[in-house]
Ligand binder design. Structure first.
Ligand code: HEC
Length: 137
C-alpha cells in the first residue's frame, strides 16, 4: 500500500515536471521591440544610398536604423558587430549566404535573394557610419 502511494506520488511529480518544462521552455513570442537606441547622424551621400538599400532588404528584420527587433533579429549597431569583430566581409557573407544563429536566440538569417555586391557595400558603409556615430569603432 505504501509503495503504491509512493509510486503514485513519483508519477504525479514527474508529470508536473514535464508539464512545467513544456509550458516554460516555449520560446517567448517575438515582441519586435527595439533592442538598442541609435543616434542617427547627418548621413553622407554614400551612406544615404546604403540606407535605402538597407530599408529595402534588411530593415524588415534588423529594424529601422538597425536597432534590432526583439525575437526577430539583432541590432547591427552593437559592439558585437564592431569592425574588428565583424569585418565588412561578414556583411557580404551574411547577405549572400545567410547566417546560422550563434550570437542571438532569434534563429538563422536566410540569404537575401537578389542583392548585388554594390548594394551590400553601400549597406555596410551606412552601418559603419551609424556605428561610428554611436561610439562603435
Ligand atoms: C529574415 C530576417 C533577416 C533579414 C531580412 C536580414 N537579416 Fe541579418 N540577421 C538575422 C538574424 C536572425 C541574425 C542573427 C544570427 C545570430 O544569431 O548571430 C542576423 C545576423 C546578421 C549579421 C551578423 C553576421 C555574423 O557573422 O554574425 C549581419 C552582418 C547581418 N545580419 C546583416 C544583414 C544585412 C546586411 C541584411 C540585408 C541585406 C540582413 N542582415 C537581412 C536576420 C535577418
Amino acid at each position: 500500500m505504501k509503495t503504491k502511494t509512493m509510486i503514485t506520488g513519483i508519477v504525479l511529480l514527474a508529470a508536473l515536471g514535464l508539464g512545467y518544462v513544456f509550458l516554460f521552455s516555449k520560446k517567448e513570442p517575438a515582441s519586435g521591440l527595439p533592442i538598442v537606441e541609435v543616434t542617427v547622424p547627418a548621413l553622407s551621400e554614400k551612406a544615404s544610398i546604403g540606407q535605402t538599400a538597407f530599408n529595402e532588404n534588411c530593415a524588415a528584420c534588423h529594424g529601422i536604423n538597425a536597432i534590432g527587433q526583439d525575437g526577430i533579429a539583432p541590432p547591427l549597431i552593437h559592439i558585437i558587430y564592431e569592425p574588428s569583430h565583424h569585418g565588412d566581409q561578414s556583411f557580404y557573407l551574411a547577405a549572400k549566404n545567410g547566417v546560422r544563429a550563434h550570437h542571438w536566440p532569434f534563429g538563422n538569417m536566410p540569404p537575401v535573394e537578389g542583392i548585388s555586391d554594390q548594394e551590400i557595400a553601400d549597406i555596410t558603409y551606412y552601418i559603419r557610419e551609424l556605428q561610428r556615430a554611436n561610439g562603435i569603432n
